[in-house]
Ligand binder design. Structure first.
Ligand SMILES: Cc1cc2nc3c(=O)[nH]c(=O)nc-3n(C[C@H](O)[C@H](O)[C@H](O)COP(=O)(O)OP(=O)(O)OC[C@H]3O[C@@H](n4cnc5c(N)ncnc54)[C@H](O)[C@@H]3O)c2cc1C
Length: 275
C-alpha cells in the first residue's frame, strides 16, 4: 500500500509524531509534527487507539476505549489445516511461513482507566453484550492515564514521541486456552508449543462501528477510527469513504452510520456483535 501511494506522489513520513493540529478561526490550517509544521486545509486523524486522547486536546469528544487482545504463534507444525476458522475459545489462521497465528477469538481484556469511568454510560450496552467474554482489570494504566496532560504545548516532545508503539503484555491465560483448544481439535498438531506471544489495543466504539466522519463546526477536521477489531478487513472501504468525504465527492456508501455525532444527538446506540 505504501509503495502504491508513493507511486501516486504521496509522501509518507515515519517515524514522525504529530503533536497537534492548528486552526485559524476554527478552520484547520496545519499539522505540527516533531519535525515541523505542514500547512493544510484538511486533516484526517486516524490514530487508532490514541484517537480519543489526541482529539481530546482539540476539545473533540470521541467515545472510544481500548480493549487488549492477545495473540500467539506456536512452533512450526506440519500437516495443519489451510483454512482459517474459529470457535468460542480459539481462532487460527495459517501464515505464509506455514505456521499459525492463534488467538482466543471471543475473549479480550479491558484495563480500567479514567476514560472507562467517563464513558461508562455510553459503553454500558457494549459491556452487557460482552458479559462472559470481556475481562476487566485495574492496574498501573489507570494512574498513568490519570497523570497524562489533557493539553500540551506543540513546541516540545510529547507522549507520542516517547511511546512510539503501544505494546501491551499478552494475556497468557487467554493464549494458553486457545493453544489447548487448537491442539485438542487437531491432535496431529499436539506438538505445537507457544513460541511467540503479543498483544495489541483494539480501538472500540460504544456500538463497535467505526467513526468515519467530519467533525461538526471544525471545517477540515476528519476522523477515521474505532474499527473495533475489524480495521484490516474494512480498511480499504473505510479509506475510500474517508477520501470521498474529504474531497466532498458523492460518498461510496451512506456515511450516516459512521458519523461521530451519533453518540451525541440522541440516537439509540445498539451493539450487534463483538469487538
Ligand atoms: C490482536 C489483534 C488482532 C486483530 N485481528 C484483526 C483481524 O483479524 N481482522 C481485522 O480486520 N482487524 C484485526 N485487528 C484490528 C486491526 O488491527 C485494526 O482495526 C487496524 O489496525 C486499525 O487501523 P488504524 O489505521 O485505524 O489504526 P492503527 O493500525 O492503530 O494505526 C494508527 C497509527 O497511528 C499512529 N499514531 C497515533 N497517534 C499518532 C501521532 N500523534 N502522531 C503520529 N502517529 C500517530 C500509531 O502509532 C499507529 O501507527 C486486530 C487487532 C489486534 C490488536
Amino acid at each position: 500500500m505504501a509503495a502504491a501511494l508513493r507511486e501516486r506522489g504521496v509522501k509518507i513520513l515515519t517515524p514522525c509524531a504529530v503533536r497537534g493540529i492548528e486552526t485559524s478561526s476554527g478552520t484547520v490550517s496545519g499539522v505540527v509534527t516533531e519535525y515541523g509544521r505542514i500547512g493544510c486545509a484538511s486533516v484526517v486523524v486516524a490514530s487508532g487507539a490514541w484517537t480519543r486522547y489526541f482529539m481530546g486536546s482539540l476539545d473533540v469528544d470521541v467515545p472510544q476505549l481500548m480493549v487488549r487482545s492477545s495473540v500467539m504463534c506456536p512452533s512450526p507444525v506440519e500437516g495443519g489445516p489451510d483454512v482459517s476458522a474459529c470457535n468460542r475459545n480459539m481462532g487460527y489462521r495459517k501464515r505464509l511461513d506455514g505456521g499459525y497465528t492463534i488467538a482466543n477469538a471471543f475473549h479480550s481484556y479491558h484495563d480500567i482507566t479514567p476514560d472507562s469511568l467517563r464513558l461508562f454510560g455510553k459503553f454500558l450496552p457494549a459491556l452487557r453484550s460482552q458479559i462472559g467474554s470481556l475481562k476487566l482489570g485495574l492496574n498501573t494504566r489507570f494512574m498513568q492515564e490519570l497523570r497524562r496532560p489533557r493539553r500540551w504545548p506543540l513546541d516540545r516532545p510529547i507522549v507520542f514521541e516517547s511511546v512510539r508503539m503501544l505494546d501491551p503484555a499478552p494475556n497468557d491465560t487467554f493464549n494458553t486456552t486457545a493453544l489447548t483448544e487448537f491442539r485438542a481439535i487437531f491432535p496431529s498438531l499436539a506438538a505445537a508449543r507457544s513460541e511467540q506471544a503479543w498483544a495489541g489495543y483494539i480501538d472500540v466504539t460504544p456500538d463497535a462501528v467505526p467513526v468515519i466522519s467530519g467533525v461538526e463546526r471544525r471545517p477540515g477536521l476528519f476522523i477515521a477510527t474505532g474499527f473495533s477489531g475489524h480495521g484490516f478487513g474494512i480498511g480499504p472501504g473505510a479509506g475510500r469513504l474517508m477520501a470521498d468525504l474529504v474531497a466532498n465527492d458523492t460518498p461510496i456508501v451512506d456515511p450516516r452510520a459512521f458519523r461521530l455525532s451519533r453518540f451525541f444527538d440522541g440516537s439509540r446506540i445498539e451493539i450487534d456483535g463483538g469487538f
